[in-house]
Each structure stands twice: as C-alpha cells, then as structure tokens.
Design a protein around this ligand. Structure first.
Ligand SMILES: Nc1ncnc2c1ncn2[C@@H]1O[C@H](COP(=O)(O)OP(=O)(O)OP(=O)(O)O)[C@@H](O)[C@H]1O
Ligand SMILES: [Mg+2]
Length: 501
C-alpha cells in the first residue's frame, strides 16, 4: 500500500464512531462497498454494533431480512430513535430525501438530539453532496476515497478465486504482474474494478502480460466513459522533444522524487508545473514526456467537460477528478489549456461555477500532499488569475519560447529520425536559417512535406526536399509578432525559460 494513501475508510469511520458522532455523511458512488465496510467495522466493537440498512424500496433490513417493511424514511428515523441497542443505521440515496424537504431535515435534527449520547450512528450515503445548511454543523462529511492498493489487491484475488479456474489463475500470477494489475486498478470504484478484472481474465488459463494489457484497455474505456478524464497511453519521451533544456535539467534533479528514499529523506511531493507560451512549441508533448520520464500514468482532464453539465455541477465534477487522480497516484494529471476552465475572462461567461472551481483548485494545489503531479499548459496567460501563479501552487512556471537555432536543428533531427531519414552530410546551418521564427509543429510539417515529396518521386529524402518544403511555409509567428512580444514581456521575471541555456 503506497504510504501516501489517505487513511483507509474503515479507520476514518471508526474514529467517528468512537467519538460518538451521531450522523456521518458518506459521499460516494460505492453504496455496496461502503455498506460492507460498515458491516465489517461493526464487528470490530465489543459488543458488535447491529447494522440496519434503510432504502425507500425495502424499508429497514438487517442481515437482509426485513425489520421494518414500511418504506417511509420518517418512520425509519422514528423507529431508530426508539430502539435500545448499539446500532448503525445506513440510509441510502439520502440526497433525494433531504432536498427541499423540511420535515425530513427536521426529523434528522430531532434524531441527532435524541441519540447524541448513545452508541448509535446514522450513515447518510449518497453520490451527491446535499447537506442542507440547517444541519451542516451537526453532520460530519466524509468524502469516501476510492479503493486503495491493499483493497484493490484483495478485490483482484477475490475475482480470481471466483473464476472456474481460480486456483490455476492464482498460481500463474507472478508478483510483477500482480503489482501491475493493482496499479491499474487504482482510480476505479470497486464495482468497476471487479468488472474490468473479470473481463480481462474470464476463461483464461493464466494471468500474464496479455491480461494486464486487457485490463489496461478496460480501464481506458471506463475512465473515458466517466467523461472527464482520459487515460493516455503513449510512448513519447524527452527523446522526441527538442529544446526544453532548462526544464529537462529541472526534472533530472527530481528524477527520484517519487521514490521511497525521497519520502524517507523528508522531501515533499512536487505539485506540478505550468507551461505557458505560444502555440505549437511542444507544451503538450512536454507533459507527455514528463509522464514518460517518471514512468507514471498520464490522466488528461477535459476542462470543457467540467462545464457541460452532463456529469453534474462543475464542482462535483472537479471533486470526482481529484478523487480519481488521487486514487491513481502517483500519476501525472494533465490539464491542457487550463485558462479555458479557470480563467478570469472565462469566469464571467461561465458564471460563479468557474470561480468556485478555481477556489477548489487553488485550495487543492496548496494543500495537496498526494503525489499527483499537475502538468498544466496555457496559451493565453493574460487570462490566468494571478492567484494561480503565486508560489505554493505550482513548483515552477515555465515559459516556452520559439525554438532557438540550435533547438530548431535538434527538432529537425528528431523529426527526420522519426521518419527514418539519416541526414548524412546535410548542411544544417542553412536549415537553421530558413526555419527562423518556426515553431516545432511547423518544422514537423516541413519534414512531413519533404518525406511526401520524396515518396511521390520514389527516392530517398534529400536536404533539398526539406529546403523546398520549409521555404514555402509562412510561420505563424510572423503574423503574431505583437502577441509574442506581449507574452515575452509578461513572462520576463515571472517565469523560467523552458529552453536553454
Ligand atoms: N520542441 C519540439 N520538439 C519536437 N517536436 C515538437 C516540438 N514542438 C512541437 N513539436 C511537434 O509539434 C507537435 C505539436 O506540438 P504541441 O501540441 O506539443 O504544441 P503545444 O505547445 O501544446 O501547442 P498548442 O498550444 O497549440 O496546444 C508535437 O506533437 C511535435 O510533433
Ligand atoms: Mg497543446
């Protein structure tokens, strides 16, 4: 179990029960898992707590048999007030009953008063945060974390043992394969995990790297379906990125920052970097390379989706994103074009929601101790609220300029190599000269154009092909000189140049 993990759910609830908390609000999509956790916890006490579960279809049940078949929540609360035993009452889908429903709110408050000094606790379970203001002071909120590594491992073995060939599968499971599967399982709910693992291993005779790949595919689909995050699997590393010398050095110093040794040494977890600068200079590619550098999973947040209302309110969405990212930690959370979601100007058009998301984001960045490394990119820095640039949020702000002549040569060589072209004897001083003002994306286009030319004429790519392809291009920078100057002025003294020296 990674040491950075927040305290397990069971120990958090246990402390609350011991301190005689009357009402605990469990914010979670995992009703079933939470119920099992509460039941397991109830057994840890002497005498054990009796666990009653209420839902609007079954009324109150205990160990799956009816105790109070009447489905009314008011009656359930009345009944719970009256019983004389140490007990838990789990109320499901509570958001529906608390929303604009003064009698239920009143009733919960009455119950709180009555059970205050008894060993009874009510658990309100809901995927949505719906605590009416009137009872906010009396209810303890627990944002239930997704299953942690040890739980994931348990679930993995549980699924395996339920397979027909469970014993054979278990014996085939090598330690490194198990570790890879546990890592992939992080960030999923228990139900998602069970289904994904089942799909990956069903009918198999052994668990191998193939099954790891299948699980990865499943996870990609599940994360994508959530609509907010995408798990990016890619193989771009710093070898594919020309320039960025200062940033590369910055990272090199932090190569082992996620290691156990670094933690033992007392180094704090890095928070992340913000890369800003004009389009096409490799900011997005750089974030991919960062994930590759540390060999961490890369989760991309779609800021636009945060506000489209399909997945709930922006704040709820943001909370879910944090939950998934923290459960997947260590990982890199990629926020592309961050200004689109939390910018000053954006705030006006998006209404109050954007400023609330911004506030949540800032608090999270400030207090975050989990190894979620944020790789954020921004093009329109003037839109970024100053708070986000203050120290204590990002570890470093990097400014990405148009590549220098040395860097342009590096980029040309990288893209030639990617097309398997060996530029033997080419005169790069000429190429450097005609690519003045080009960004990396344009250089890449030039190389593609050259390769295309040679391909059509059925011959190897020559220096001249590249020359011709580049010569006909007008770089974006010629039409945006004023903007570039403005960005440079802004970044001067505020940000570190990503390139070097
Ligand atoms: N420094 C570079 N080294 C190598 N390739 C580069 C570099 N910069 C850009 N490229 C090429 O251009 C492509 C586009 O770059 P990328 O998307 O990373 O730019 P960006 O700065 O994120 O642009 P935008 O602001 O428009 O999102 C990359 O996938 C890569 O192929
Ligand atoms: Mg980009």
């Amino acid at each position: 179990m990674p040491e950075n993990d927040p305290k397990g759910l069971r120990s958090v609830i246990k402390e609350l029960v011991i301190s005689r908390t009357s009402v605990v609000y469990l914010l979670t999509e995992e009703e079933r898992r939470v119920e099992l956790e509460i039941k397991a916890l109830s057994q840890a006490f002497k005498p054990p707590f009796r666990v009653y579960v209420w839902s609007c279809t079954t009324g109150v049940t205990a160990e799956d048999s009816a105790v109070l078949p009447n489905p009314s929540i008011m009656e359930a609360l009345d009944w719970f007030m009256g019983i004389n035993e140490t007990a838990f009452l789990v109320l499901n889908d509570i958001h529906v009953f608390l929303r604009d429903n003064p009698p239920v709110v009143r009733k919960v408050k009455d119950v709180i008063k009555r059970i205050e000094n008894t060993y009874k606790t009510i658990f309100l379970v809901s995927p949505f945060m719906e605590i009416p203001l009137e009872m906010a002071n009396e209810v303890v909120l627990v944002d239930v974390p997704l299953p942690q590594a040890d739980e994931v491992e348990k679930l993995l073995f549980q699924v395996i043992s339920r397979e027909k060939n469970g014993e054979g599968l278990r014996q085939s499971l090598a330690d490194d394969i198990r570790d890879q599967m546990v890592k992939l399982g992080a960030g999923l709910t228990s139900q998602q995990l069970i289904q994904a693992v089942r799909k990956a291993i069903a009918g198999k005779s052994a668990v191998t790297t193939r099954e790891v790949d299948l699980l990865l595919e499943e996870k990609k689909q599940i994360v994508k379906k959530s609509g907010l995050l995408e798990l990016i699997v890619q193989d771009h590393g710093f070898g594919d990125l020309g320039g960025f010398a200062t940033l590369k050095k910055w990272l090199e110093l932090r190569k082992d920052i996620f290691s156990k040794r670094a933690r033992e040494y007392g180094l704090s977890m890095p928070k992340g970097v913000l890369l800003m600068g004009i389009s096409g200079c490799g900011k997005s590619l750089c974030v991919k390379a960062i994930a590759d550098f540390w060999k961490l999973p890369l989760l991309r947040l779609d800021m636009g989706r945060l506000y489209d209302g399909l997945q709930g309110t922006p704040e709820e969405c943001f909370r879910k994103v944090i939950k998934t990212a923290e459960a997947s930690a260590p990982c890199v959370l990629w926020i592309d074009e961050i200004e689109a979601g939390i910018a000053n100007a954006g705030q006006k058009s998006l209404g109050g929601a954007a400023s609330r998301v911004l506030a949540n984001f800032l608090t999270w960045m400030q207090e975050k101790t989990s190894p979620v490394f944020i790789g954020a990119t921004a093009n329109q820095i003037e839109l970024l609220p100053p708070e986000i640039l203050r120290k204590g949020r990002f570890d470093e702000l990097f400014y990405v300029e148009l590549p220098s002549d040395v860097e342009r040569e590096e980029i040309i060589r990288i893209h030639l190599a990617r097309k398997n072209v060996t530029p033997q004897g080419w005169r790069f001083d000429n190429l450097r000269k005609i690519t003045e003002g080009f960004n990396g994306a344009e250089i890449e286009q030039g190389v593609i154009g050259a390769v295309f030319r040679a391909f059509t004429e059925r011959r190897p790519v020559s220096e001249k092909d590249l020359y011709i392809a580049l010569e006909s291009m007008v770089p974006l920078s010629t039409t945006m000189q004023e903007q570039i100057k403005q960005i440079e002025r802004w970044a001067h003294n505020r940000a570190l140049k990503a390139g070097g020296p």
